[in-house]
Design a protein around this ligand. Structure first.
Ligand code: HEM
Length: 501
């Protein structure tokens, strides 16, 4: 008995010693970073976390607090959490220095969190999450041809076809009374598009309400947002969600596997492969010494998720902004009428004529970027904006915050597409909704072609009205999306004009 007591005492003493040493380490980290401006810490150990936890509990948008900190303490701002310090870099000099150079890899701790969810492999080492520069560069070089101008021009037919299917679905709703979520509809169309053009899959998310894919993606992203809650995986009340998340990840990977097997078989049978994203993923694998189906699936999931969610969010935010600004809506609608008239199929050449629509889409990305920013790891000490940042620090970049800062954009909260007119000054290194430099979005041109086709058809055919009473807040769900889903009512345009007459 005495021995047990002694062992217990020893363990307690060791635990106390370990805790004491850890506190000394935290103190040392504070001393090393406290010259960097930042809001007062609320807790020695937890740093700024209690403030953020409180906001998350109240369902407040923490990026708006970061914006306040940026205005008050910026442009270089420290955030503490235990022994970790992240530094937000909110100056054009900093953005240019760190994002344009291949020297600063993505932060493993941040991107590694997306490797799996609740033990199920999710994005793994796909193109978005891979941190090792060589590994990334090899993948990116192989994927680039699937995003070349000539290849993208060939996608116009699918963009038109799927956008037309969306218009048919919207026509069914367009009685001026039915209320529906524009986000849901945009998610379905962009999902059908990416499945078809990237993998040759007809998902029919638009026509088939029962297809499990849209739900699976929503559930997985919900899992991603919630998984940082400590021990969530083991909480009795959360088992249903955890199970559903795991099943959804398995579903996505299973379909990916079937799709890959079919394509390989077709290629082995001498069928000429289309130059799509899947072909490029398989080519990349063929160059590897050992076949690794898990890595192929990482990219299947990466392109499937990154290739539709973001565009759907951009499109629905744009509808939200236009619904709030009738004069801008009228102007963009007039442009679409002028370029298209009653024409159904939009040509590649037409896209260049949508000057104002393009400005509207850019302005939407400034105020409502679907991806708020990016994170880098800095291995060596660096001085930026006169502030010394110690080695081995996580650097955070946010186009959401910079896009809303008075010092970079006059009257920043006003939705004003003229900021992006030909003669306006260019927002260098303070606006980067597709990130910048080597790790910038491979799908930027793809996404903006697709967005223009969908928006132009929508504006050509319908008058839309936002359902009153909804909030126009943002939700941080890995990507930023409209919290209330942009609830709309539609009328066909001829009918709407008839009503006005
Ligand atoms: C409005 C739509 C889109 C937005 C706002 C967007 C934004 C971004 C951003 C900010 C990044 C950098 C992420 C980071 O640093 O962690 C990124 C990377 C990426 N995006 Fe997009 N994206 C969009 C559409 C697309 C589409 C349509 C595709 C594919 C067809 C795509 C595929 C990718 C991939 C593969 C990467 C990783 C690139 C690399 O590291 O080499 N994205 N995107």
């Amino acid at each position: 008995m005495e021995a047990v007591g002694a062992a217990g005492g020893l363990l307690a003493a060791l635990a106390l010693l370990a805790f004491g040493l850890y506190c000394c380490y935290v103190k040392y980290i504070h001393a090393k970073h406290d010259h960097i401006p930042g809001a007062p810490r609320e807790s020695f150990l937890f740093g700024h976390l209690p403030i953020l936890w409180r906001m998350v509990r109240k369902q407040e948008f923490i990026h708006d607090l970061f914006l306040q900190w940026a205005e008050k303490y910026g442009p270089v701002v420290r955030v503490n959490a235990f022994h970790r310090v992240s530094v937000m870099i909110l100056s054009p000099e900093g953005v240019k220095e760190f994002l344009m150079s291949p020297q600063y890899p993505k932060d493993r701790l941040v991107y590694g969190r997306m490797f799996n969810i609740f033990g199920e492999r999710f994005l793994g080492n796909g193109l978005v999450t891979v941190c090792n520069h060589e590994h990334w560069h090899k993948q990116r070089k192989i994927m680039d041809p699937a995003f070349s101008r000539t290849y993208l021009m060939g996608l116009m037919e699918t963009f038109n076809e799927k956008a037309e299917e969306l218009m048919e679905k919207l026509e069914e709703k367009a009685d001026g009374k039915k209320e529906f979520s524009m986000l849901t509809m945009m998610n379905r169309v962009t999902m059908d598009i990416i499945a078809k053009v990237a993998f040759g899959l007809e998902l029919n998310a638009l026509s088939d309400d029962q297809t499990p894919f849209p739900r699976a993606v929503t559930v997985v992203l919900e899992g991603m947002t919630k998984k940082h809650i400590p021990l969530m995986q083991y909480m009795p009340g959360k088992q249903k969600l955890v199970k559903e998340v795991k099943e959804s990840v398995r579903l996505l990977r299973r379909v990916g596997k079937e799709c890959i097997d079919q394509r390989r078989e077709a290629m082995q049978n001498g069928k000429e492969a289309t130059l799509d994203i899947l072909t490029q993923i398989l080519k990349g694998d063929a160059l590897e010494e050992t076949r690794d189906d898990e890595s192929i699936l990482d990219n299947f999931i990466t392109f499937f998720v990154a290739g539709h969610e973001t565009t759907a969010n951009q499109l629905s935010f744009t509808v939200m902004a236009l619904g709030q600004h009738p004069e801008i809506l009228e102007r963009v609608q007039a442009e679409v009428d002028e370029v298209l008239g009653a024409k159904r199929d939009i040509d590649y050449e037409d896209l260049g004529k949508f000057t104002y629509l393009s400005q509207v889409l850019k302005e939407s990305l400034r105020l409502y970027p679907p991806v708020p920013g990016t994170v880098r790891w800095m291995e060596k000490e660096h001085i930026i904006n006169g502030i010394r940042i110690p080695a081995n620090t996580t650097l955070v970049f946010s186009t959401y915050i910079m896009g809303r800062m008075e010092r970079y954009f006059k009257d920043p909260l006003t939705f004003n597409p003229d900021r992006f007119s030909k003669d306006a000054p260019k927002p260098y290194y303070c606006y980067f909704p597709f990130s910048l430099g080597p790790r910038s979005c491979i799908g930027q041109v793809f996404a903006q072609m697709e967005a223009k086709v969908v928006m132009a058809k929508l504006l050509q055919r319908f008058e839309f009205q936002l359902v009153p009473g909804q909030s126009f807040k943002l939700l941080d769900a890995v990507t930023f999306r409209p919290l209330d889903g942009v609830m709309c009512k539609l009328k066909p345009r001829s009918l709407a004009r008839g009503c006005q007459a």
